[in-house]
Design a protein around this ligand. Structure first.
Ligand code: G3I
Length: 380
């Protein structure tokens, strides 16, 4: 990538000052807005460009907050809507951390993706250690969904209702529902699909305006796991369940191949009448003991990010593209994968990586005059 790296500080200050003038002066010409070097201002009007966000750096790191505000128009709370945080005891709901994120989004004209309501991970002990009958599990889940979705009613445009409910093909037993790991599916193992379907119905009752998603990783290409979701989605739609979208997390690694069936996969869900979204994009890489990524690694990473965004741009019902954090300083990757790092679009020192410029260029080229990508009839 020939373009020089610019520092995050310089860019964010410049963008924030431009944003300030756009916000306070509604007569600012459209052309002026296009001069703003910002993902959110270059995005088509029918595509939200988002990031996962955490409250701690938001309050401690000015450049983090400025970049989040200036570059994105969609926010996903990285951990704050998960059960262990938002529902730590059966009779206790703790909305404050999530509200910090939602308030930030609201203050900066950003939409919010809710994440997540039914998952096998990051559950509190009172959930993981429960020995429920199915009836009891249903009551607990219904209370949670009704309370949490209801609390944020009107503030969330997409909810990840069911997250990572299928095993990977290489797990013991192959692709199957995570009845062994998800406490709710386990309690209702006789008919787990009925529980999943009701989770969507309860969420829809609590906020009819939110689009409700199935969401998972390793479902980017057409494979056994995405096939399982495709079959489940068909069944849910046939059963009249208010399923609205399929989320592809897209946690990629340079050490693995890139499945070029991504776009065809998204299109088959699109053809069911569902939205699709890239919900948690990042591209990690082996560090090989180096202090910094090589130029080649950065170029490959940029190509992967670009392929993810391009697939979304090319599929009419893909209305959100979210990166799972935007700074290597705060990424979940090095803490989870030993010897892997540098997964996001900006470096620890705040410099913008080639991946950032690739995303910006794709968005800019996709939207001359900030037009929608497709007939707005697709905005469903
Ligand atoms: O909150 C505690 C803190 O009190 C403690 O001091 C610290 C010490 O390790 O841990 C903190 O909890 C961590 C939590 O993130 C909040 O920062 C957990 O250890 C850590 O395991 C947890 O990781 C999160 C992970 O989900 C858990 O599965 C990551 O931040 C988050 O990015 C990641 O996100 C998931 C998506 O929700 C679903 N798809 C996959 C994605 C990546 O794993």
């Amino acid at each position: 990538m020939a373009r020089p790296l610019k520092t995050l500080l310089i860019t964010s200050v410049a963008v924030v000052s431009c944003l300030g003038s756009v916000m306070t002066n509604p007569t600012v010409a459209q052309a002026d807005r296009q001069d703003v070097g910002s993902l959110r201002f270059q995005a088509p009007i029918d595509l939200k460009v988002g990031t996962a966000l955490s409250p701690a750096p938001l309050s401690q790191d000015r450049s983090y907050a400025d970049f989040a505000a200036s570059q994105f128009n969609s926010i996903t709370p990285e951990n704050e809507m998960k059960w262990e945080t938002i529902h730590p005891a059966q009779t206790v709901y703790n909305f404050s951390p999530a509200e910090t994120i939602v308030s930030f989004a609201s203050a900066h004209g950003q939409m919010v993706r809710g994440h997540t309501l039914l998952w096998h991970s990051q559950n509190p002990a009172w959930v993981t250690q429960a020995a429920w009958t199915c009836e009891e599990a249903r009551a607990v889940l219904q209370d949670h969904i009704t309370t949490v979705v209801g609390h944020f009613r009107g503030e969330i445009y997409q909810w990840d209702v069911a997250n990572e409910i299928f095993h990977d093909p290489w797990d013991q037993g192959g692709v199957r529902l995570r009845i062994d790991q998800n406490p709710f599916l386990r309690a209702c193992a006789e008919d787990p699909v009925a529980l999943i379907e009701d989770a969507f119905r309860w969420a829809h009752e609590a906020d009819p305006g939110a689009v409700l998603f199935l969401n998972d990783y390793n479902v980017e290409g057409i494979n056994a796991k995405s096939d399982a979701y495709y079959a489940l989605a068909q069944q849910m739609l046939a059963d009249g369940v208010p399923l609205g979208g399929f989320g592809l997390q897209a946690h990629l690694g340079l050490q693995y191949g890139f499945d070029t069936s991504l776009q065809d996969n998204m299109k088959r869900f699109d053809a069911l009448g569902l939205q699709t979204s890239i919900t948690e994009a990042d591209v990690r890489m082996p560090t090989y003991g180096q202090d910094n990524p090589s130029e080649e690694q950065l170029a490959e990473q940029a190509a992967r990010y670009g392929a993810l965004l391009q697939a979304c741009l090319d599929v009419p019902g893909c209305h959100s593209f979210t990166v799972w954090g935007f700074s290597d300083r705060y990424s979940w990757v090095p803490g989870t994968f030993a010897g892997q790092d540098w997964a996001t679009i900006t470096s620890r020192d705040g410099s913008l990586k080639p991946a950032y410029w690739t995303l910006l260029d794709l968005l800019t080229n996709a939207t001359p005059g900030r037009s929608p990508r497709h007939d707005m009839g697709h905005w469903r």
